[in-house]
Design a protein around this ligand. Structure first.
Ligand code: S3P
Ligand code: PEP
Length: 425
């Protein structure tokens, strides 16, 4: 499917979708608990993959209105009857690889053509050191993955520079083993706020994990724990909201986004970035409302280490700003649904913007965007970000737009409802 985008202004308010990251964790931890109700989960292609996988491990999951009623497996997943297909979801693949390590048998995990190119070797290696036979069928660290359960605690290290999801996955599985684990992080821990979201939910489930931070980060994970997640309400998603907020900022419009309460999401930093670039932004944290008025933007420097998912949004803000923006410390952004540094560099160049692509950064010189026929790379964040750029350029088409199903299924309809000139064809 494609969208044709014309020059648009927007006006009004939207309710941000629920957080994808919190939803994945709530479903996984609830499935490893006894009985739990997850309120306001995000229902999207990625979170449905997590639901299916947890069901394959034995959890009962029923959808009722805006709740998931979960009958959990009390820390002991069954051996799945079939291969687990995570579709396009990296979070599901990494989390379920660790859950598979808790079974008494063999699990095979695979997914779509994008997921089968994404790296997992650091997670497979650590699982190997924790007593689990875990390997890639093609010996390249990518799915299909095979995991023979038998997880035991130990003292080990993991490289933090590729994906925090390996660390989150281990933090979810290791408390359920019979021997404690010490996990030290080698190098910078990229995407750290996502690990904080994991430990927050684990804490809500009554799990204890100790964090030591001296020269490097170390998690001490006591063994023989039980999860007891009860009623859990999923907060709004700041990564999804970033497209709405950016749309107002680049088109000189005003919008309000509701369901934006403080949480551990690193992508909250979008508020600071918009302010720094010159937008008028206010955040009522009690009412959970962010208001943005676009006012002309100027370039900035953005360190993407903690918040890789904001890169497509910020690349579009940069393209519409006066002067130069440097998005740095972003190598891990290449390991997503697609290589997002390369995709954004290529597509913004088609719109007449000068972009310098280096291994771990983009340097973007803002300018007049011109309409173009763009490729969405089958990647929800690329599609949504380019749609915002199209609202400034006009006369733009973007393909592979069905990918918004991954994190924000109603993106186009909701943006149309506040004035975005999007025509789906
Ligand atoms: O744990 C999570 O929910 C996520 C972690 C991040 O990935 P990395 O840790 O691989 O950077 C982020 O990009 C992804 O969208 C969601
Ligand atoms: C990279 C993403 O998710 P995942 O890693 O779960 O595929 C994303 O939502 O941008």
């Amino acid at each position: 499917m494609k969208v044709a985008v014309n020059i648009s202004k927007i006006d009004g308010e939207l309710y941000a979708p629920s957080s994808k990251s919190y939803t994945h964790r709530a479903i996984t931890v609830a499935s490893l608990s006894d009985e739990c109700v997850v309120h306001r989960p995000l229902i999207s292609a990625d979170t449905l993959a997590t639901i299916r996988a947890c069901e394959a491990f034995g959890a009962g999951i029923e959808r009722k209105d805006d709740r998931l009623i979960i009958n959990g497996i009390k820390g002991k997943p069954a051996v799945p009857e079939n291969v687990i297909d995570v579709a396009n979801s990296g979070t599901t693949l990494r989390f379920m690889t660790a859950v598979a390590a808790l079974t008494d048998g063999v699990t095979v995990l695979t997914g779509d053509s994008s997921i089968r190119t994404r790296p997992n070797q650091p997670l497979l290696d650590v699982l190997g050191r924790l007593g689990v036979e875990a390997f890639s069928t093609r010996d390249n660290g990518c799915a299909p993955l095979v995991v023979r359960g038998g997880l035991k605690g130990a003292i080990t290290t993991i490289d933090g520079s590729i994906s925090s999801q390996f660390i989150s996955a281990l933090l979810i599985a290791c408390p359920l083993t019979t021997k404690s684990t010490t996990l030290s992080i080698k190098g910078e821990m990229k995407s750290r706020p996502y690990v904080d979201v994991t430990t927050e939910i684990l804490e809500a489930a009554g799990c204890e994990i100790l964090l030591e931070e001296t020269n490097n980060i170390k998690f001490i994970i006591p063994a023989n724990q039980k999860y007891n997640l009860k009623d859990y309400k999923v907060p709004g998603d700041f990564s999804s909201a970033s497209y709405i907020l950016a749309a107002a900022a680049v088109t000189g419009s005003t919008v309000a986004v509701k369901n934006m309460f403080p949480s551990k999401q690193g992508d909250i930093v979008i508020i600071e970035v918009l302010k720094r670039m010159g937008a008028d932004v206010s955040w009522d944290k009690v009412k959970g409302i962010i208001r943005v008025t676009g006012n002309g933007l100027k370039g900035t420097t953005f360190d993407a280490g903690a918040t890789p998912d904001l890169v497509p949004t910020i690349a579009v803000l940069a393209a519409c700003a006066d002067g130069v923006t440097v998005i740095e410390n972003a190598e891990h952004v290449r390991y997503k649904e697609t290589d997002r540094l390369h995709a954004m560099a290529l597509e913004l160049t088609k719109m007449g913007i000068t972009v310098k692509e280096e291994p771990d950064q983009l340097t973007i010189t803002g300018g007049a965007l011109r309409g173009a026929n763009l490729h969405g790379w089958h990647d929800h964040r690329i599609v949504m970000a380019l749609s915002i750029a199209g609202m400034v350029a006009g006369d733009t088409t973007i393909d592979t737009i069905e990918s918004v199903e991954i994190s924000y299924p109603n993106f186009f309809e909701e943006m149309q409802s506040i004035g975005a000139d999007f025509k789906i064809f």
